[in-house]
Design a protein around this ligand. Structure first.
Ligand code: CA
Length: 238
């Protein structure tokens, strides 16, 4: 059965100053059932946010009015907008920027030139991870309590460390949940990428490392629960 209802999750802000690319993105997202709002610069988009919150923002890193990384920082440092997933759109040479962007809290990135199929798949994958996912087929999981240090509530999408709430991006949350659900199990980077990006994992391994690094920092005293098993991957253990 097709769901024709336009929920907020289906609205995507596209910030891209190259008209051709903007058109291409819009065309394919529209065809997949998303409602697109287009912006050639970042400032009108930030202003628009006050009226309309999108389900996701596709953000070009090279914009005429402001560096995309700066925009990402503004979004992720704002308590109001931090939860909106951001996919950065970059040129392939900007690997450093990608790592920086992920450190700032972006959920994913896509390299130019990209295929429309890849773009739509990435958007879907990130939205699937998001907390507002209504059409998720995954059953809601139980609260996970790890000692008196860490609690993960998948239903409320909440993480607390020693009773203090921690704000995670949807990607960080999913990685944490994955590790915590199977305490002591070692997950390879490959496995984590698989889970997060599905078949569309045209991403470098470092992506996982960057997300884990952010996650550890945000978790504070509980950060030490996440262990790096050299040459293998990561696990969470008390
Ligand atoms: Ca650009």
């Amino acid at each position: 059965m097709k769901n024709k209802k336009t929920d907020e999750k289906k609205i995507i802000f596209v910030v891209e100053d190259e008209p051709d690319i903007q058109e291409l993105i819009t065309l394919h997202l529209s065809k997949s059932g998303y409602r697109v709002e287009k912006f050639l610069e970042s400032k009108p988009m930030l202003a628009r946010l006050e009226k309309q919150e999108p389900g996701l923002i596709l953000l070009d890193l090279m914009l005429p009015d402001q560096d995309g990384l700066e925009v990402c920082k503004i979004l992720k440092n704002s308590s109001q907008y931090a939860a909106i997933p951001v996919i950065m759109v970059t040129a392939r040479t900007e690997e450093v920027d990608v790592v920086l962007g992920l450190e700032l809290g972006a959920d994913d990135y896509i390299n130019k030139p990209f295929s429309p199929r890849e773009l739509v798949a990435r958007v879907k994958a990130v939205l699937r991870r998001g907390k507002h996912s209504t059409d998720s087929e995954e059953p809601v999981s139980q609260r996970i309590v790890i000692g008196d240090l860490l609690t993960i509530d998948p239903q409320k999408y909440e993480v607390t460390v020693q009773d203090k709430k921690i704000h995670l991006t949807s990607t960080e949350f999913l990685i944490l949940k994955m590790l915590a659900e199977k305490q002591g199990w070692v997950f390879s980077r490959e496995k984590i990428l698989d889970r997060l990006w599905g078949d569309e994992k045209d991403v470098f391994d470092r992506t996982v490392d960057v997300h884990i690094k952010n996650l550890r920092e945000k978790l504070g005293p509980a950060g030490k629960l996440i262990l790096n098993i050299r040459g293998v991957g990561y696990k969470l253990e008390l």
